[in-house]
Design a protein around this ligand. Structure first.
Ligand SMILES: NC(=O)c1ccc[n+]([C@@H]2O[C@H](COP(=O)([O-])OP(=O)(O)OC[C@H]3O[C@@H](n4cnc5c(N)ncnc54)[C@H](OP(=O)(O)O)[C@@H]3O)[C@@H](O)[C@H]2O)c1
Length: 285
């Protein structure tokens, strides 16, 4: 029986990255759909859940991607609403690599230093990766702040994560690197989640910070997000802080993403969202 993965992407142009990892994770065939939303996903889910016998259903799986976290969350909810009794297939949510990248970064931070009770700042945390990283850090017991160039965007990201994860997050406006340096006062944990090619903070702005214990960066496109952190760093000591670069965590992200795709085909009842993907990351970190 062929392993079929249906890639459901809210964006008009679906992610090639997600297709490649779909195959590398073990799917025999990846069928890609763009422009998918809660109103048009129903027939696709019906096709996935009504076609194969109970024992064979595990060979069909769904993947929800796209660049927008809220659209991905809403699409996953709409997919799950169509499931009933054993008429279901396994599904994974990873909008813009949000869950896998955030899980890899937070799992490595947790390996580097204890997180419980620490103050964590997610710089430029309004994108999919930053939002999920903030939620996972809060679930690890951190007091988490999300920064954005616009306060309303940080507040919106906090609200979205609070609603989904029942965690309390703080929003701070930080327009430039000086504001972001100020936002790091008293923080022990830093997670850089800015857009590709954007330096969020220079090395001089963090190297003498007396409280920072560990930092992770996700941006692998020069200039990197955290100045002075090499993209290959993987829990490397720099200026007395343990740092993780974008490829340092990206290797784990890719390994886990593939492992999660493989896991989808083990049974027909799994929902791989942030918590489940984070469990895989912690086991593999
Ligand atoms: N290492 C890996 O394996 C891996 C995997 C996936 C993604 N990534 C990387 O992870 C990072 C986060 O991904 P994402 O999809 O969540 O990012 P994103 O949505 O593209 O951007 C995140 C935030 O960056 C801020 N930003 C954009 N331009 C900026 C500028 N010029 N100055 C300051 N802030 C700016 C924006 O926040 P505000 O507008 O609210 O300020 C935006 O919401 C990206 O760099 C991505 O390439 C890495």
């Amino acid at each position: 029986m062929k392993k079929l993965l249906f890639q459901l992407d809210p964006d008009p142009v679906p992610s090639v990255f997600d297709t490649v990892v779909g195959y590398d994770g073990g799917a025999d065939h990846v069928k890609i759909y763009g422009g998918i939303n809660p109103d048009n996903v129903g027939v696709l889910v019906d096709g996935a859940i009504f076609t194969r016998s109970p024992k064979e259903k595990k060979y069909t799986a769904l993947f929800v991607g796209g660049s927008n976290m809220e659209a991905g969350q809403n699409l996953l909810n709409a997919v799950r609403k169509k499931f009933f009794a054993d008429f279901r297939v396994s599904v994974m949510l990873d909008s813009n690599g949000s869950n896998t990248t955030a899980a890899a970064g937070v799992a490595l931070l947790a390996k580097a230093v204890p997180l419980k009770g620490k103050r964590a700042v997610v710089l430029a945390g309004t994108g999919p990766v930053g939002q999920r990283a903030a939620a996972l850090l809060a679930e690890e017991g951190c007091d988490v702040t999300i920064t954005s160039r616009k306060l309303e965007r940080a507040q919106q990201a906090c609200q979205l994560m609070q609603k989904r994860f029942n965690v309390k997050l703080k929003a701070v406006e930080a327009f430039d690197d000086h504001d972001r340096e100020a936002a790091l006062k008293g923080a022990q944990i830093v997670f850089g989640a800015g857009a590709a090619g954007v330096e969020l903070i220079t090395e001089d702005e963090w190297k003498n910070n007396p409280t920072i214990e560990a930092m992770a960066d996700t941006n692998a496109t020069p200039p990197l997000g955290l100045g002075g952190v090499d993209m290959m760093d993987k829990i490397k000591e720099r200026h007395g802080k343990k740092v993780i670069g974008a490829i340092g965590l990206g290797a784990l992200k890719l390994k886990m993403h593939r492992a999660c795709i493989a896991q989808l085909f083990e049974s027909n009842d799994q929902v791989l969202d942030a918590e489940e993907i984070y469990a895989v990351a912690k086991a593999m970190a």
